[in-house]
Design a protein around this ligand. Structure first.
Ligand SMILES: [Zn+2]
Length: 151
C-alpha cells in the first residue's frame, strides 16, 4: 500500500507576503528614543562593573553581562572611526545617495554609534569630528538625528 503523497508531483508557487508589524524597542530603547525626540539629547548607559559606556544604551553589558542601570548624557559630537560611502540607490535606504554610513565614537562613549553623513563627503575621513543634527520634526525614531555633519 502506497501513500498518496508518493504519487503527487510536488509543486512550488512563487509569491510574496507583506506583513506590516510593530515591535517594542523595550524600556532601554524607549528611553533612548524618547530622549532624542523630546530633548534632542543623546543618552547612553554605563556598566556599573566595567564602566563601559554604551550608545545606543543596552539592557545588559556585552562584556560582563551585568544589568546596566546608570544613565549618562553624551555629547552630540564625536569622531568618525570608520565609514563607507553609498553611491547606488537601493530600496529602503535612509537617505538619497550619495551619503555615508559612519561609525562615530561620541565623546564620553566607549563604543561606536552607527549613523549617516550626507554632506561634505569629500572632507570625510577617519578621525574627522562630527556633530549630530536633529530633525525639526521628531517621532521617536533613530532618524530623529537627521544626520551627523562635519564640524
Ligand atoms: Zn560591564
Amino acid at each position: 500500500m502506497s501513500d498518496w503523497i508518493d504519487q503527487v508531483e510536488p509543486l512550488t508557487l512563487k509569491g510574496q507576503i507583506k506583513i506590516p508589524c510593530n515591535w517594542s524597542v523595550g524600556e532601554v530603547g524607549s528611553r533612548f528614543l524618547v530622549s532624542l525626540r523630546d530633548d534632542q539629547k543623546i543618552i547612553g548607559n554605563r556598566c556599573g562593573q566595567c564602566k563601559t559606556v554604551y550608545v545606543p544604551p543596552r539592557m545588559n553589558c556585552g562584556k560582563c553581562f551585568k544589568r546596566i542601570n546608570d544613565w549618562v548624557d553624551l555629547s552630540p559630537e564625536g569622531i568618525v572611526e570608520a565609514f563607507t560611502v553609498v553611491r547606488f540607490a537601493y530600496p529602503l535606504q535612509p537617505a538619497e545617495p550619495p551619503y555615508a554610513f559612519a561609525l562615530i565614537k561620541l565623546d564620553g562613549a566607549h563604543v561606536g554609534f552607527l549613523h549617516i553623513i550626507k554632506e561634505d563627503l569629500d572632507r570625510l575621513k577617519k578621525g574627522v569630528r562630527v556633530r549630530a543634527r536633529f530633525a525639526e520634526k521628531r517621532t521617536g525614531h533613530i532618524k530623529d538625528i537627521e544626520e551627523f555633519t562635519i564640524v
